[in-house]
Write a protein of this length. Structure first.
Length: 255
């Protein structure tokens, strides 16, 4: 397959995640996951896991991690970051259940659906790869908050149009698409997974970044603590430009 991420691997892995915003994303998602994951050494499949930023704290906590990604450039970054006992799989997420026989205690898919025209095939694969009772974790852009970025950047015509749009050119300069909690919850339900919780991921760091402020990396732990609290409360979580949706796979039907 063509490696469409080859030219973006350094920007994504070494710059975006080295920022305050990258720190907050990893910290907030990890703590939200820990509220729902079974204890280690439960098995975790990270689909579209990229350079392994979200997998690393799970490995450090003792989880048995498999990372699947279609980009060899991203997998090369992940192999440097993660220990040798992590399993790496080079494949598209839409092929996950075909190339991996194992079923997992948790299946993650963070920051991937927005690059697909239709999220349904990949969501079906996430659900297929989870064991009965297993966790499915999705993080993606929030269609209800599409006007936030252009408004904070004072692009007023774009902001007005964004209220009725689900697409944008994202911060990496790549076309992206947003979803809603309601739509993805329905997809999970259609694939035998009960939605159990949803959260925001970052809010204030977005407003500062797009407003032109520079955040000090030394403040990242305090900022992350504020974002973690905002992510679980209304109305803050609804204003987050990305959301984190979790579901649990229903037990298999018996005859």
């Amino acid at each position: 397959m063509d490696d469409t991420w080859a030219g973006l691997a350094d920007l994504f892995a070494d710059e975006a995640y080295a920022s305050v915003k990258g720190y907050v994303r990893t910290f907030v998602l990890h703590h939200q996951l820990l509220e729902h994951l079974p204890p280690p050494p439960a098995s975790v499949l990270d689909i579209g896991g990229g350079a392994g930023h979200q997998s690393l704290p799970l490995v450090q906590a003792g989880y048995d991690v498999t990372l699947l990604d279609p980009s060899e450039a991203m997998l090369a970054k992940a192999r440097v970051r993660l220990p040798a006992d992590v399993t790496f799989v080079h494949a598209a997420g839409e092929q996950a259940s075909e190339v991996i026989d194992e079923r997992f205690d948790a299946v993650l898919c963070h920051g991937v659906l927005g690059y697909l025209d239709d999220p349904a095939p990949l969501v079906a694969q996430l659900c297929a790869c989870a064991k009965p009772g297993g966790l499915v974790s999705i993080m993606t852009a929030n269609a209800h908050a599409m006007a936030v970025r252009p408004a904070m950047e004072r692009r007023w015509d774009d902001a007005l149009a964004a209220f009725d749009s689900r697409t944008e050119i994202n911060v990496l300069g790549v076309p992206g698409r947003a979803d809603t909690v309601e739509d993805l919850s329905a997809l999970l339900d259609d694939n035998g997974v009960d939605p159990v919780a949803w959260y925001g991921v970052w809010l204030f760091v977005d407003w500062h970044e797009f407003g032109g402020a520079t955040l000090d990396l030394a403040d990242a732990p305090r900022i992350a603590a504020v974002e973690l609290e905002a992510a679980r409360r209304d109305p803050y979580r609804s204003l987050s430009r990305v959301f984190h949706l979790l579901g649990r796979k229903r037990p298999a039907l018996t005859g």
